[in-house]
Each structure stands twice: as structure tokens, then as C-alpha cells.
Ligand binder design. Sequence first.
Ligand code: 13P
Ligand code: SF4
Length: 331
Amino acid sequence: MTQAESQLSQKGYLDIPVDPSLDLFAEITRLKKEKNAVLLAHYYQDSEIQDLADYVGDSLGLSQEAAKTKADIIIFAGVHFMAETAKILSPHKKVILPDLKAGCSLADSCPAPLFRKFKEKYPDHVVVSYINCSAELKTLTDICCTSTNAVQIIESIPKDKKIIFAPDKNLGAYLIKKTGRDMVLWDGACMVHEIFSREKITKLKERHPKAKIIAHPECESHILDIADYIGSTSGLLNYTSKSDATEFIVVTEAGILYQMQKANPHKTFIAAPPLNNCTCNECPHMKRNTLEKLYVCIKHELPEILLPDWVIKEGRASIDRMLEISAKAGL
Ligand code: 13P
Ligand code: SF4
């Protein structure tokens, strides 16, 4: 059972009926104001949820917003580990997530009890964990990172210190290449970023020779090898705005295309194709959040993210360290 499922004591919220005649957009906007709630959304959410959000961003931006918000309630339109991070950073606020089952294959690939045993084999190593991990894993972590600040986090660690990187082996391999540091990698991966076909992307590039291939570092190395630019979701978005190119093949979850198109209406964005003909370049976890669930979530303030005090206390240090290093690096 995943941690998200174990919290289903707040059962039943998915069965609450929603009046189909309601203007959900207007109702959600009204309820947010009435309850002094802030809606934080990740770039991989559906466009209508992004449009309703008070802040849309990447994992780093979302955690920075969660840490500084003055709202009484944080509605997290993202996945479970992101809402947990918000709770750790703002423990006295109510943090709600439209669907508790909105998990993450990457976070699930690294269960804390197994990682604890793995870590025991490397007692003198510093543990750096990608923020895409459970709150419990964060308690076993020295410094968290996101894809925006991962290079700076690794470079902040003295060269004579050995490093374990968890849970994403693809981001880990990219960081080894980029920083020259030797790291022990946990064998985890994101199901969405491992689905892209190099062959299909190469064929697409032949048809669009001027297009820039831009990829997220959660992709496998054979994809990153053909990319013109590698970066986090916000990095990819900024690159498309600053670049002189007018066509981009975007190798990450397709939700980010919405903001790219909005910021650059005259440019063309092509979602990179997956290995088969499914819509696997959409994250099924992120897409569990719908407008209806968002409405029920804010109206009934359910389901709530609840964490034991010791997890909040011990998990917080690794996130605070990340935020301090990011602030020093101007991120
Ligand atoms: P970023 O938005 O931080 O690049 O992370 C991508 C991701 O996979 C979130 O789950
Ligand atoms: Fe997790 Fe991948 Fe979905 Fe991001 S895109 S939430 S890493 S499964």
C-alpha cells in the first residue's frame, strides 16, 4: 500500500456528487477567496486547472511558494509528494490535494524501509534526494534537490565527500556527467520520462529540421544525448521564450506545452512521441486531478495531507538546506 492510500481514512470524498449545472470555474474562484486559500499548480496539470491557479510552477517554485504563503489553506494541484512538501514547509496550514491517489512512480520506486537498508551500506556518504520522493524518504536525506537546482546542490557538497543520489537514476546519471562527481545511484525512474522513443524523435526532427529538441533530465541518456537543451520544466519554458528558434520538440510531460504556447503564441511546440501509440507522455498521476475533484476538495476541505510530527521535523531539514543553497545561487 502506498503512503497516499494509507491516508484514505478520509474516505468518500471521491463519491461526493457535483451538480453538473455549476460553473466550476466561478465556484472555485469564489471559494478560494472566501476561505483565504491559495491554489498552487504544477505545469503538468490540465490547462483549466493552470488557469485557475494563483501560482503555476516547477517543483522548486511550488515549494518556495508553499513556504511563504499567507493563505490559511494550500490547495495543491499536483501530486502527493508535492503536497507533502508543502505540509512540511507550512505545518500549521491545512494542505489539501484533490485526489490522494495522485502519486508518483518515481517516489514509489524508492520505499523508505528499503532505502534505509541501502543507505547503511554507505555510512560515510551524503544523501541527496530528488524532491520527487516520499516525506519519509526526506527524513533519511541530507539535502533535497529539484531539477532546477540539482547541479548547484551537488556542487555545494565538498569534493572529498561521497554522495548517494536517490531516487532517479536518469537525473543521477545526468548529474554525474554534468558535475563530474562520482555518485551511488538508487535504481528508480519516472514512468513518463522513460516512455519516449529516440527513433521517433529523430524522425520528427528530420521532418522539422529547424526544431530544437528540448528535454527534461528525468529522460534516459539516449534521449538526452540528442537534446539541444536539457532543463527542468521552468528551464524548458524559459528556453523556448528566449531562443530565436520557432519550433521545438518537447520531451517531457505534455502539460507544459500549454504555458509554452501561451507565452509564445507564434512558435510551434510538438510533444515528443512515446514508444507506442498511447498518451503516455501524460502523467496519469498528475491527470487524476480534475476540475470536479478540485471543486469538492476546496468546498469540503478534503482530503487533507496529514503527517506525523517526527516526519515533519526530520524531513524539513533536507528541504530547508535545499532552499538555502537555492537562495544563495539566486534560484
Ligand atoms: P520540475 O517541474 O521540477 O522540473 O519536475 C518535473 C516533474 O516530474 C514533477 O513531477
Ligand atoms: Fe512522478 Fe513522473 Fe508523474 Fe513527475 S511525471 S509526477 S516524476 S510519475
